[in-house]
Design a protein around this ligand. Structure first.
Ligand code: HEM
Length: 350
């Protein structure tokens, strides 16, 4: 990609945007962990005040209000950073992927703000869940923007013969990571504050109790009330957690296998090897964190870290796939058979 300006500065701005979104996701994760989403019941104002001039003394009077209000303030700041980066990209970069991703990030951050506000006004956990999942897509688009502004995108190392297969696999695995995010969001938003299953690897002391039967569920809830002093749970919440932890282990296994199979070949580029090793470590850390969340009875800091690492895992996988896809495009361009997608003729005009 050619640019009228050296991409370094605008690239750094996009990286800063990615960092600020990760910080915002962590803060949002902490709001959900502490069940503080409804601590401020109105929107766009805060207890009837203009959000931006809400008094500091009132804000710090309650931890819950502090968390939720800070989340809103930081989100507004990240929205402004997104707007600034978008304008910068549109002023300095030619038509192409950078402009599309910048515009995509701007649309998503506006949508995120509206969704967050509606979640509060309509007291809807489903909107909260959508808000959590959309945050990951926003991060992904901002990360893609940083990648297309990087030196790598302008001059990617030419891919080897297996680049297309690697791209396909890593995107499938990233799809599983995203599915994990959706399942995790269901667990946290539908049944906030308490784990549906307090042990691991077993489920209430058994490998698979019949939690879908009324009598077993009653026994589980009696145990929760008497032994744990936790509120009752439901069959669907137990199911979400069982699916989430099983799919998490399966996905991490897939990541390790993909790393093992792809980094062995001598033709594999060095950036892919480093990327896959890093991705595998992230997956391992995510599994350890997930198990620790359960074994500690849901220590808030660990739960929030698990959200942050989940977002980082998703972003890393997606970017590795995008970089690999770029190297396959270069093979096609250099051999004169540029591949096109069904919408490429429309997109090239943007
Ligand atoms: C690829 C692996 C995994 C990924 C990407 C992942 C991702 C996530 C994410 C993003 C959330 C929060 C969703 C939200 O609030 O929006 C979450 C929640 C959770 N995850 Fe995972 N996870 C993985 C594996 C695991 C494993 C293996 C376990 C347990 C053995 C686990 C246990 C949990 C628990 C208990 C929660 C809910 C925590 C709470 O209630 O605060 N996760 N996960």
């Amino acid at each position: 990609m050619r640019s009228r300006q050296r991409p370094a500065l605008v690239f750094r701005a996009a990286c800063f945007l990615v960092g600020s979104i990760l910080f915002l996701i962590t803060l949002g994760g902490q709001v959900t962990t502490k069940v503080a989403g409804m601590a401020v019941p109105d929107w766009p104002g805060t207890f009837g005040h203009n959000m931006l001039i809400y008094p500091w003394s009132s804000m710090t009077a309650s931890t819950m209000v502090f968390l939720e209000h800070s989340h809103r303030l930081v989100a507004s700041g990240v929205g402004l950073i997104t707007l600034a980066v978008t304008i910068w990209v549109w002023l300095t970069q030619p038509a192409g992927w950078a402009r599309r991703f910048a515009m995509g990030a701007l649309v998503l951050v506006i949508l995120q703000g509206i969704l967050g506000g509606q979640r509060v006004i309509q007291v809807s956990w489903v909107l909260g869940l959508l808000h959590g999942c959309l945050a990951q897509l926003y991060l992904l688009v901002a990360g893609s923007l940083a990648l297309v502004l990087s030196r790598f995108w302008g001059n990617p190392r030419i891919g080897d013969d297996h680049a297309a297969v690697r791209t396909r696999w890593i995107w499938i695995l990233s799809g599983f990571v995203f599915l994990q995010t959706i399942l995790g969001a269901f667990m946290r938003h539908d049944g906030p504050g308490f784990l549906a299953v307090p042990d691991f690897p077993k489920v209430y002391g058994e490998w698979l109790p019949a939690f879908w039967e009324g009598a077993t569920l009653q026994k589980i809830n009696d145990y929760r009330a008497i032994e744990l002093q936790w509120p009752a749970t439901t069959s669907s919440l137990i199911l979400w957690q069982i699916l989430h932890r099983s799919l998490g282990i399966f996905t991490a296994g897939g990541i390790f296998l993909c790393a093992f199979l792809t980094i062995r070949a001598t033709s594999t580029p060095a950036w892919w090897r480093y990327g896959m090793v890093g991705w595998s470590f992230l997956a391992l850390a995510q599994i350890v964190l997930g198990v620790s969340v359960i074994w500690t009875g849901r220590l808030p800091e660990l739960a929030t870290l698990h959200v942050l690492l989940g977002a980082t895992l998703f972003l890393t996988g997606w970017l590795l796939g995008l970089a690999s896809w770029r190297s396959t495009q270069l093979i096609s361009i250099r051999s004169g058979s540029r591949t096109s997608t069904p919408f490429s003729s429309i997109m090239e005009k943007v």
